[in-house]
Design a protein around this ligand. Structure first.
Ligand SMILES: *Cc1c(COP(=O)(O)O)cnc(C)c1O
Length: 427
């Protein structure tokens, strides 16, 4: 049998990089045990939801045309509602991505004259065009829906005083983003989100609270819907798709709000009755089944990366010991070359397209060039091992995913190998 060190070496990872990584990994045993406990809890939650809703082989059948009474689709939506403890859920391949799911939740439940409030800082980059923060064709702003924002305080906590001032008679919905996205603030815990929701609802009980849950699913044992979120929204090519869903988004929440999303997604009058699942259901169910352990693998990768790069003196967010609320790891390199070499390493460790060299490019929806490394089975899937970063200060790379822990480890070691080769890091 070829020794494992030889295989690492054949794959391009030098001995010093491997032994540095192995030393770090040894110290993470306790921490990894905790992650496995959360995965165990969430695995039970998912299996129980599938059992309670009587998932059967018939749910994987091909449905075409209008998709009336599509059993697989309707049952899957019940499974999601059970997992998120909500009245209802919309889970569809016709929701093309996370941004689409969020845009849908907003546009379906806001009307001209309403105001959307972001009480915890700027939302995700692609939502700037959805809302109209950056002028854009078809934005909410074009339909007379206004927007206001309260930034976090210097210490990263909620600015309750200004949130109170920002809520007025027009304020209809509040949008909170769990994950940091392309910001260097910490991600919020579900508990923190619950406190913010309770605060705004005390001031105005009929406010609709929407949480962008992208990257957060199954990282904790509760979800935003457990702490008062009226709509919890995410992408199936992130955590809840478990790497198998090839497309899709979900919105879990209050029945009336989810119905409105259905009418917006398809058409007034038709709503959720139509939308055939086209044979995709087996992957949605099986991906959801795998999602708790896939999220755990990704989380281990994030923590491994944090520990490695912190030890080497780079600012890492979250740091090596902080509690985790999503699977994202940011590493600040301070120079564009750091971001670029890191991404090259992640790409070189991929099962698909490992020979490709990623380059920064002007991606639609983003306001600076972005570099992306993803040798994924599903295009752009960021539950698979991936890294990306906007080429702008502080030149931070955002690393996430890894369907298995051994692959996440390989990717991070390869990123380090590339930084060593470029002379940015010396071991
Ligand atoms: C990925 C992400 C989105 C957008 O999802 P896409 O599938 O890329 O459109 C929105 N919000 C957050 C926090 C995200 O991480």
């Amino acid at each position: 049998m070829t020794p494992i060190n030889t295989i690492y070496s054949e794959m391009g990872i030098r001995e010093t990089v491997l032994s540095f990584g192995n030393t770090i990994e040894k110290d993470l045993k306790k921490c990894f045990e905790k992650i496995d406990e959360i995965a165990e809890y969430n695995q039970l939650k998912v299996v129980k939801a599938m059992q309670d809703n009587r998932v059967s082989a018939g749910c994987f059948n091909y449905a075409s045309g209008y998709g009336y009474d599509d059993q697989g689709r309707d049952t899957l939506e019940k499974v999601y509602a059970s997992i998120f403890h909500t009245e209802s859920a919309l889970v569809r391949p016709q929701i093309t991505c996370g941004t689409h799911a969020l845009a849908l939740a907003l546009a379906a439940n806001l009307r001209p004259g309403d105001e959307l409030l972001a009480p915890a800082g700027k939302p995700y980059d692609t939502l700037e065009e959805v809302i109209g923060i950056r002028p854009s064709n078809g934005s909410l702003a074009e339909y007379g829906i206004t927007y206001s924002q309260v930034d976090l305080l210097e210490d990263g906590t909620f600015d309750y005083e200004n949130i109170k001032k920002a809520i007025n008679e027009k304020t209809k919905m509040v949008a909170i983003q769990r994950s940091k996205g392309y910001q260097t603030r910490p991600s919020f815990s579900v508990e923190q989100i619950g406190e913010l929701i309770a605060f705004v609802k005390r001031l105005k009980p009929d406010l609709i609270c929407m949480v962008d849950n992208c990257y957060g699913e199954f990282v904790e044992t509760i979800e935003p819907s457990d702490v008062g979120a009226d709509m919890t929204v995410g992408s199936l090519i992130k955590n809840p798709g478990g790497g198998l869903a090839p497309i899709g988004g979900y919105i879990a929440g209050r029945e009336d709000l989810i119905d409105a999303c259905g009418y917006r997604l398809t058409s007034p009058g038709l709503g959720r009755e139509v939308g055939a699942s086209l044979g995709i259901m087996k992957d949605f169910y099986q991906g959801l089944f795998l999602a708790p352990t896939v999220a755990a693998a990704a989380l281990k990768g994030a923590i491994f990366a944090a520990n490695i790069y912190e030890k080497l003196g780079f600012p890492v967010i979250p740091n090596s010991t902080e509690s985790r609320h999503d699977i994202i790891q940011a590493v600040e390199f301070g120079i564009p070359e750091g971001v670029i070499e890191f991404c090259k390493g992640i790409q070189a460790a991929a099962p698909v397209g490992s020979y490709v060299t990623p380059e920064p490019w002007p991606m639609p929806g983003y306001d600076s060039d972005v570099i992306m490394a993803a040798g994924a089975f599903v295009q752009g899937s960021s539950i698979e091992l991936s890294a990306d970063g906007p080429i702008k200060p502080p030149y931070a790379v955002y690393f996430q995913g890894g369907l298995t822990w051994p692959h996440a480890k390989l990717g991070i070691l390869m990123s380090l190998e590339y930084l060593v080769r470029a002379g940015i890091v010396t071991l």
